[in-house]
Design a protein around this ligand. Structure first.
Ligand SMILES: *Cc1c(COP(=O)(O)O)cnc(C)c1O
Length: 387
């Protein structure tokens, strides 16, 4: 029931029946659905008999009624009560959304399942993208499943296990000096030469649709209520934007009310453009010249959706906070030792942010708080070395 694509900046409408990147104004395109009509026909009870993957919310995804979605079983991840990390801080309702269980070991699978499903349906012949790591391997896996060739451009510091994983799915991997921003420029050159369809996050409309399903799952798992706070390791911010979009859609469907959690973005000290912009009261973020962090998913020096992220953080009463690499590695080791979840350094960052969030009163001890555990630790040998 997708009706149009709408520019997040100038609100211009675009058709959904062709491959699309940005609006002519440079803004990202967001999918819009006929939610008023859906509210009349779709009920939470309809979900009960459906499989636990993200396509259970297919009414609000870009898939036709008679179309078979491209799936490797993404989504439907558990929301686990924290056993020790929360209680040790006096937080007795800390919940962990364990995204490590997705195909390819990260929540990037959600966005790329939907984007590559849609790109294939609209006739893309090759998938091309820049990646700091996990997006590339997820794209490679879904391209393999769809029978499409895939090219990934990564910064030279990308973790070796992720590069090997991406190649194992049959994708070609090209290295560039610099950051994911430089990789993005290389991808745009390749695509301009006719090299394929660019699925860079938010330069393509449907990765955010895949990631928004985390918001639907949260609400469903909490009995169509929302937590008090969501703590999210933020790179390009696609998940944050997606989850917020899910809440707006759920309200329009009448499945939740007007309440919203505080949305909290966590970044690494060596690459914290959103934190700087938040603190300075800016509407857009200044790019970071020399981004440095071991958390490759957070090594994003400038995000095309920065204005959306900042709006959401402020509108929700949330904040943005940075932690050091030492702290985020320690956070990931705690998730392994104290919760039994081997996660990457990005998830370690949200654990590391908790004491500060409590001290600053952004999060209260009796709040229901959700941490996004976004990617698997097996991809980062540093997590498995004693800290
Ligand atoms: C990409 C990535 C992030 C950042 O996600 P965004 O939605 O782009 O902000 C966080 N953690 C991991 C493991 C990632 O791969």
């Amino acid at each position: 029931m997708i009706t149009r694509l709408e520019c997040a900046r100038c609100a211009r409408a675009h058709p959904t029946d062709r491959l699309q990147n940005l609006c002519a104004c440079g803004g990202p395109l967001l999918a819009r659905y006929d939610l008023a009509a859906l509210a009349e026909q779709w009920r939470p009870e309809d979900l009960v008999v459906r499989r636990r993957n993200l396509w259970r919310y297919r009414e609000v995804l870009p898939v036709a009624r008679d179309e078979e979605p491209l799936t490797l079983g993404e989504g439907g991840t558990p929301l686990l009560p924290s056993r020790r990390v929360g209680p040790s801080l006096g937080l007795d309702q800390l919940l962990l959304k364990d995204e490590t269980l997705n195909p390819t070991g990260s929540f990037k699978a959600r966005g790329l399942a939907v984007a590559i499903h849609r790109a294939g349906a609209l006739g893309a012949e090759r998938i091309v993208l820049p990646s700091a790591g996990n997006a590339g391997s997820a794209a490679a896996a879904y391209a393999a499943a769809a029978g499409l060739p895939c090219s990934v451009v990564v910064p030279s510091g990308t973790p070796a296990p992720i590069v090997a994983e991406t190649r194992a799915y049959g994708a070609t991997v090209e290295f560039v000096d610099g950051s994911i921003a430089d990789a993005g420029r290389r991808v745009r050159d390749l695509c301009a030469e006719g090299g394929g369809f660019d699925v860079s996050t938010l330069r393509e409309p449907y990765r955010v649709e895949g990631k928004k399903t985390m918001g639907y799952e949260l609400a469903e798992d909490l009995g169509w209520t929302l937590p008090d706070a969501i703590v999210y390791p933020t790179g390009g911010g696609t998940g944050l934007i997606g989850v917020w979009k899910a809440f707006e859609e759920l309200e329009a469907l009448g499945w939740i009310g007007t309440e919203r959690p505080k949305m909290i973005a966590v970044q690494a000290v060596g690459c914290a453009p959103i934190v700087h912009a938040f603190d300075a009261g800016l509407e857009k973020a200044e790019p970071i010249a020399d981004p440095r962090t071991v958390a490759s998913g957070l090594r994003v020096p400038s995000a095309i959706g920065d204005f959306l992220i900042l709006d959401i953080l402020r509108g929700s009463g949330g904040t943005a906070i940075a932690v050091t690499d030492e702290e985020l590695l320690d956070g990931a080791r705690r998730l392994a030792r104290e919760e039994g979840i081997l996660a990457g350094p990005e998830a370690g960052a949200v654990v590391a942010a908790l004491p500060d969030l409590l001290e600053r009163g952004i999060v209260a001890r009796d709040d229901r708080v959700v941490l996004f555990v976004t990617g698997h630790g097996l991809k980062y040998p540093a997590i498995m070395e004693p800290g």
